[in-house]
Design a protein around this ligand. Structure first.
Ligand code: PMP
Length: 466
């Protein structure tokens, strides 16, 4: 029965099983064993999801920034099925598979500069973790055992392994965990909206660059191994750095032989209208790019990093000194996942998805900007098919207040009722829909969001809270 049409259990039975037995990421432990408020999704098509009560929802976050070609793509499902029947598994520790080989070539072709070698993992956290472990390996092989510090940013997000969690600077993810912080150093986020009062954007850029340079000098360049950064901070609230930020940081990295890791787990695979955003949108060719999510449009897990020939050549071939990069997983570059990724790329090419994003993104941004006239909206920002609407009840606040976080939750509840998933991050409603979204669907999304914000404004006033 399960094979033919999914579970035999009805909605209530499935919910009971989940409440009694399932632990979810970011589980609110006080609510474990209760209904908890997390919806259960049953099916999906294109940009829409149906929950297990039959309620149709436009998927604003695109799963978790990952459903690029949309739900229910037959070519991807068929490729998964065919590969599962042909060769469902091979151990990457002692063998190769055709899909991984072909995909490594495709990704090398998309990647900028001489980034021509791909290391596959199982998702975004393992991709970034593997890149960071490569930095350790690299400097040890080069005989520079002190060159290990990783500089990253407050409000950045890089994953949920021991090391990537340590490199993630979002305060809300930290309580009650021990973090591997000994080689991790944080600098400010390039948050233009919350920049110090009275600073122009150009001054803010100089201030950020000076902060990075000062940190390198304080730690000592011989102790700094890598700079790790998302091109734009996604989970941090679509924080787009001032123009020139990455290029200027890269220049300092080059000067001190510090590896530049661009975490494109969110921005890769079309989110900004290009395979990767580092070069096309942010004008840099980093040493390493990490990717995941959109590489399979979320159909199956996969991630990895692509690295430059220049960096790799320093610790390979004659320079390898008998070393092995003993990092990897049973499911690194799983053949079914790589087959799904190849089919995903075919769908991108068949349907001109990158061109579509470049065409429709200005409309998406323009429609979101229209929300700025609402009194509850403090800022609207975005690029490509990434957008953020930030709720601000008190413009004097220098950071998001607890009250504003509750306000965003209220907006989210009305959106859900109205047929839109938002999944607020703190006070921010972040949108990253599937890349196939149409103008009509953007209109629908922005209309539901606007109506919901207006309802919350009225409600807060009626309750005397604002
Ligand atoms: N890097 C970035 C920029 C991310 O946004 C995420 C996940 N949201 C990760 C890494 C971790 O990816 P995963 O959840 O697939 O492990």
């Amino acid at each position: 029965m399960y094979i033919e049409k999914g579970s035999q259990w009805n909605a209530a039975e499935l919910e009971t099983a989940a409440h009694e037995h399932l632990i979810s990421p970011a589980e609110e432990m006080a609510k474990l064993g209760t209904s908890g408020g997390r919806p259960m999704f049953a099916s999906a098509d294109g940009v829409y999801i149906w929950d297990n009560r039959g309620h149709k929802l436009l998927d604003g976050p695109g799963g978790m920034w990952c459903t690029q070609v949309g739900y229910n793509s037959k070519p991807i499902a068929d490729a998964i099925s065919a590969q599962a029947l042909r060769l469902c598994y091979n151990s990457p520790w002692y063998s190769l598979s055709g899909p991984a080989a072909e995909l490594s070539k495709r990704i090398s072709d998309f990647a900028p500069g001489d980034l021509n070698h791909v290391f596959f993992t199982t998702g975004g956290s393992s991709a970034v973790d593997s890149a960071l472990r490569f930095v350790q390996f690299y400097n040890n092989v080069l005989g520079r055992p002190t060159k290990k510090a990783i500089i990253c940013r407050i409000d950045g997000y890089h994953g949920s392994t021991h090391l990537t969690a340590a490199c993630s600077g979002r305060a809300g993810n930290r309580p009650n965990f021990d973090l591997a912080l000994e080689n991790v150093s944080f600098i400010s986020a390039p948050n233009v909206f919350r920049r110090p009062k009275g600073m122009t954007e150009a001054q803010f850029l100089d201030h950020l660059i000076a902060g990075f340079e000062e940190r390198v000098n304080t730690l000592g360049p011989d102790n700094v191994g890598a700079f790790l950064a998302e091109p734009l901070l996604a989970s941090g609230g679509i924080l787009i750095p001032p123009k020139g930020y990455h290029a200027r940081i890269l220049e300092i990295c080059r000067k001190h032989d510090i590896l530049y890791i661009s975490d494109e787990v969110v921005t890769g695979f079309g989110r900004c209208g290009h395979w990767f955003a580092s070069e096309e949108v942010f004008d840099i060719v980093p040493d390493i790019i990490t990717f995941a999510k959109g590489v399979t449009s979320g159909y199956v897990p996969l991630g990895g990093f692509v690295i430059s020939d220049k960096v790799l050549s320093r610790v390979s071939g004659e320079n390898a000194k008998g070393s092995y990069y003993t990092n990897g997983y049973t499911y690194s570059g799983h053949p079914v996942s790589c087959a799904a990724a190849l089919a995903n790329i075919e769908v991108f090419e068949r349907d001109n998805i990158l061109e579509h994003v470049r065409d429709i993104a200005p409309y998406f941004q323009e429609k979101l900007q229209e929300l700025k006239t609402l009194p509850l909206v403090g800022d609207v920002r975005g690029t490509g098919l990434l957008g953020c609407v930030e709720c601000v009840t008190n413009p004097e606040d220098t950071e998001a207040s607890e009250f504003d976080k509750q306000v965003a939750l209220r907006v989210d509840r009305y959106c859900y009722e109205g047929g839109l998933i938002v999944r607020p991050i703190g006070s921010m409603c972040v949108l990253s829909p599937a890349l196939i979204i149409t103008k009509e669907q953007i209109d629908e999304m922005v209309r539901i969001l606007r109506d919901s914000i207006v309802k919350v404004q009225d409600e807060l006033k009626a309750e005397g809270l604002w």
